[in-house]
Design a binder for this molecule. Structure first.
Ligand code: SF4
Length: 87
């Protein structure tokens, strides 16, 4: 039996009422996220995603603008975003 080895690497960042997911291989560095919510997304910092100080709605609004679907989220109230199948 062959083990699946092609699963994408997805990093999770837990916040208050939400989890941000980031798939580095998809990131096009368009910086929509950095411009939209610089307190959370700062590519000059490590870790570059810090979930403190952002509301769920702010995160959802900005992550929804990520053109490559590198960013996704799950929220405690049931909202989610992930890359569409085959994208
Ligand atoms: S908006 Fe998406 S593609 Fe652009 S830098 Fe952020 S995570 Fe990467």
């Amino acid at each position: 039996m062959t083990e699946g080895t092609d699963r994408p690497r997805i990093i999770e960042y837990a916040g208050n009422g939400f989890v941000i997911t980031w798939e580095p291989a998809r990131c096009r560095h368009a910086a929509e996220c950095v411009r939209g919510l610089p307190t959370v997304f700062d590519n000059t910092r490590r870790p570059w995603i810090v979930t403190d100080g952002a509301t769920v709605d702010e995160v959802v609004t900005v992550v929804d603008r990520c053109p490559s679907y590198a960013l996704g989220y799950r929220t405690a109230d049931g909202r989610w975003r992930s890359a569409p199948a085959g994208a």
